[in-house]
Design a protein around this ligand. Structure first.
Ligand SMILES: [Zn+2]
Length: 571
């Protein structure tokens, strides 16, 4: 010990080591690397979707601490070594963390990464990456979009291909690219669930939006007002219409893609009715005049159901007309009028005009004016078949709202044929759903056979690197598509009389419940018993439909999984 101290004492004291150019350069090099690293962490943390503030603070704090040590430890090389090591450790820790969050090909400082850097060079030559057509995209003029020749166009094309292919593979129905300051957030809606995806750096997002606007035939100069266009994307035989929408926001243009799967061909038998309900609903198709009231909470597939009922009619022989606030899909051989408040007439006036023109079937997916309800009911009492869509959490809520809107019990009783209410539940993935023995007490409580095995989504599995192994059929979500659960009330003569005489909703409710034919929960549990969906999913759908928050949801992150050639397009 003493010997060491003596040795140290013999070392020359260097108060002005910064004047030594070698030491100064060494110090500055490490400092410069740290500055570049800190800037990269700030951006990269957003791109890989981790805690940006936390990692930036850690990088800054460790860098500052290292700098102080480096400057104030009198022995230059000891201080320098500490300065170097602390920063190095910080870099290694962050890189290990971020590499754990991304796919193999996006990891940095790996052999693959170095090989790629060697091939492409450091200076942005990666734009010459191979660009291939994975999705055949057709533009607004129905021309196939080919791979552009020049570099910027190729990059735009590649970004578009990546996004559309991934969205189709994951069966996303809505894709949103929302610009923030330096980045753009990307989110999907898959089977009604929002899934935050890896973000894009702002420059890439701008290229992507530019390209999609161009091929969707939108006005390139307009960056504020909402614009709508359409493209078609196909993988093999699976063609998907994609509605492209842009809206200005303070941070830049927001892009929304709505991808259509089979919604445009669905008819009543495809929706999820049980056999008895289906028989009744199909029989009512032939009954004219009369009204069918279709209801659901927001986000539970009401529009799809109304369109499916419309499609079930013979649109060649019958004159079918709609008035809508927003035309979500085209229906062949149906006159779809889009109501616009700027047209000078009210919705009610337009509806009156429509009724006078004497169509066979009137479809009103949404009513926003009270007066129009009475007119619709009158038409349904006298001559036409009328479908009306209404937001409601159950059959009784629907009846209550409808009777208030129409304001005439007698007219409601005379015109109403049936009321439907629905919830969407996700369908368990056939490839990975797991049978399990449910808690007997819970089963008794739900009035289900106690010894019945039920199905649920499987526990996630991991490979030896700790990455989740995603099921190829459902991309790890455990569900593929959705189906509706219906509660259905047919208005018979008995109920008609009750409706007419009722003094309160209780009268109606008592009558209906005594007959024991309704109940959304019982219908949903039937789907659980046959393994179409899970108890957990039914609970979630009911909670969500009744206005409660959907609660926390584990984020599936399938990694390292090869992609199939075709995305499965199911509703
Ligand atoms: Zn699966």
């Amino acid at each position: 010990m003493i010997a060491t101290l003596e040795l140290l004492a013999q070392l020359p004291y260097e108060p002005h080591y910064f004047l030594n150019p070698v030491k100064l350069v060494a110090f500055m090099v490490v400092f410069a690397i740290w500055v570049v690293f800190a800037q990269w962490v700030d951006k990269d943390a957003v791109a890989v979707n981790t805690y940006r503030t936390l990692w930036s603070m850690l990088t800054l704090a460790s860098g500052a601490a290292a700098l102080l040590l480096g400057l104030f430890i009198p022995l230059f090389w000891v201080g320098f070594l500490l300065f170097f090591i602390i920063n190095l450790v910080m870099m290694v820790v962050y890189i290990l963390h971020r590499n754990g969050l991304v796919r193999e090909e996006d990891r940095v400082f790996t052999p693959t990464h170095f090989r790629r850097l060697k091939e492409e060079g450091f200076s942005g030559k990666k734009k010459q990456k191979e660009v291939t057509e994975r999705v055949r995209i057709t533009d607004a003029d129905r021309k196939v979009v080919t791979i552009p020749e020049e570099e910027e166009g190729r990059e735009q094309y590649r970004l578009t291909q990546d996004l559309v292919f991934d969205a189709l593979w994951r069966r996303a129905t809505i894709v949103e690219v929302l610009p923030a300051k330096d980045v753009a957030k990307v989110s999907y809606q898959i089977d009604g669930e929002t899934d935050q995806r890896e973000g894009l750096v702002r420059q890439e997002a701008d290229l992507l939006v530019h390209f999609l606007k161009q091929i969707a035939g939108l006005n390139m100069e307009e960056r504020r007002k909402p614009q709508r266009g359409q493209i078609v994307a196909a993988i093999g035989e699976n063609r998907h219409k994609i509605a492209v929408r842009t809206d200005g926001s303070t941070a830049g243009e927001k892009l929304t893609l709505r991808i259509f799967y089979n919604e445009e061909t669905l008819k009543v038998p495809d929706l999820g009715f049980n056999p008895k309900q289906l028989e009744v609903a199909m029989a009512l198709r032939e009954v004219t005049p009369g009204m069918i009231l279709l209801t659901a909470p927001s986000g539970h597939g009401l529009t799809t159901t109304i369109y499916s009922f419309t499609r079930t009619h013979d649109r060649f022989l019958q004159n079918v007309q709609t008035i809508e606030f927003e035309k979500e899909m085209e229906i062949d051989n149906v006159t779809q009028k889009v109501f616009s408040a700027s047209g000078g007439t009210t919705f009610t006036e337009q509806l009156l005009k429509l009724v006078r023109s004497d169509p066979d079937i009137i479809v009103l997916p949404e009513l926003r004016e009270r007066e129009s309800a009475a007119i619709a009911a009158q038409a349904a009492a006298q001559k036409q078949k009328v479908y009306v869509g209404l937001m409601a959490v159950d059959i009784f809520d629907a009846l209550r709202k409808w009777m208030t809107l129409v304001g005439d019990k007698g007219l409601v009783a005379k015109s109403l044929l049936a009321v439907g209410n629905q919830r969407l539940v996700r369908i368990l993935c056939d490839q990975c759903k797991q049978a399990y023995k449910p808690d007997a007490q819970m089963m008794r409580k739900l009035n289900l056979p106690a010894d019945k095995a039920l199905y649920r989504k499987p526990e996630p599995e991991y490979d030896k690197h700790g990455n989740e192994i995603a099921c190829q059929a459902c991309q790890g979500t455990g569900y593929v598509g959705r189906t509706a659960v219906f509660d259905w009330l047919t208005v018979d003569d008995g109920l008609r009389e009750v409706l007419r005489r009722s003094t309160s909703m209780n009268d109606i409710q008592n009558y209906v419940l005594k007959k024991g034919e309704v109940g959304l929960q019982a219908q949903a549990l039937q789907k659980v018993l046959v393994g179409v969906t899970s108890i957990q999913e039914v609970a979630r759908a009911v909670r969500q439909g009744n206005g409660a928050s959907p609660g926390p949801r584990p984020r599936p992150k399938p990694r390292g999984a090869g992609k199939p050639d075709k995305p499965s397009g199911r509703r």
